[in-house]
Design a protein around this ligand. Sequence first.
Ligand SMILES: Cc1cc2nc3c(=O)[nH]c(=O)nc-3n(C[C@H](O)[C@H](O)[C@H](O)COP(=O)(O)OP(=O)(O)OC[C@H]3O[C@@H](n4cnc5c(N)ncnc54)[C@H](O)[C@@H]3O)c2cc1C
Length: 425
Amino acid sequence: MTEIRICASIPPMRDRASFDVLVIGSGAAGLAAAVSAERAGASVALATKTTLQACNSAKAQGGIQAAFGDDDSPEIHAEDVMRSSHETANPRLVEVLTSEAPSAIHWLEELGVEFTRQGSAGANGQAHSRAGGYRVARCGGATRHRLLQVGDRTGHAITKALRERYEGGHGVELPHHALRVLAPSDGGWVASFDTKDGSADVEAGAVVLAAGGRCFAEAGERGELSTNHPNATGEVTRIAMAAGAETRDLDALQYHPNGGAWPSTMQGYSIPETTRAYGAVLRNAAGEEFTDSLGPRDAVSAAIVAEVEKGKGVETPDRRPAVWLDTTRISPEDAEISLPYMLRRYRGAGIDPLAEPIYTYPVLHYQNGGLVIDEHAETTLEGVFACGEIAGGTHGRNRMMGNSLLECTVFGRRAGKAAAERGRS
Ligand SMILES: Cc1cc2nc3c(=O)[nH]c(=O)nc-3n(C[C@H](O)[C@H](O)[C@H](O)COP(=O)(O)OP(=O)(O)OC[C@H]3O[C@@H](n4cnc5c(N)ncnc54)[C@H](O)[C@@H]3O)c2cc1C
């Protein structure tokens, strides 16, 4: 028995289940696409490798970018993206990303996400109050305060709201369906899955690939730590390539500048970039600040590695390379509002980041490149769409923090709508 739950209104075609739209992956991008496709009137199936909850998106902490400040605009947001990408991002995709950011935030709110509001400004005055009432921080590479947060569990809040909306609709859920092959068919595409009980084929007029990146598998091969969920293994990119899809920048992997380096239970944990947004700075063994702590991610990671190579870093008790992240500069008010989960994790491990600096070192985090898409999120294969980390171009070769959850929402919505139109035609 497979776990396919087919709505009475959706007849099986030959011996296969058939839908207008098949979405692969249940992170923020896949969930946004599935909700959007259903809203557009399509019959939808959402297939995912293990459970619907298992994904990187739910682990995202820091926040999501959108230009709400009086001193900000989608154009300035786009300039920051292009500069951080070293002008390698696709300007048209960036324009879509930043111009639709405010409406994407309102869409998430309509689905039940409650972004932290600017009740009390932190002692550092880091948050701006004139940004639509939201508490916003300035993240690495940004020239304005535009990072909205839900405490430091933003990804959890977004995926929960999207998942509950999808589960409340008529869409079909296919957990424990790992995509193995994608092939063209008369009606669109046929997807073959490995399931708990064997295998299953599903046919769809259009397919949305939202299976995330490959940094968990890549870190395993390199013998390194990763922030990623174990399902981030990248085989769906390879499956799409085998079907003929074009890719870009696949070699450009991103290190998160602030992986937890000690205690051992925090190794591979991504210390939220909002620690630096709220005042934390990087210091070497001599206590000197050696880089702009709010520079673009690749620059900050490279500066940490270079400082260690110069012999100016520190060593963790288990002899790993590291530098200090001086979190003692964060005000308790900012920490309580925007970093409660991080504080709980470290304090639970016996370290109080507000009383002592913490060890940090870059850790493998994000796949910048991926499948080539157009502004409707369609890949170079007709009827196959891609959104989220599996897609390339929006961030070029270096993503800014807070733009991935945004990409999942903006291009997930677009992919779902366009796939519904295609799948129903
Ligand atoms: C610890 C951490 C913190 C982060 N913090 C932030 C942040 O603050 N702000 C921000 O913008 N970004 C952040 N990111 C990045 C961002 O969360 C991810 O890049 C983004 O959420 C990816 O979403 P996605 O939907 O594309 O993929 P994922 O969320 O990774 O979902 C992929 C889905 O595809 C499924 N899947 C994989 N292979 C298959 C297969 N063969 N068949 C079927 N299903 C498959 C997986 O099980 C999963 O459900 C963070 C990432 C991590 C890991």
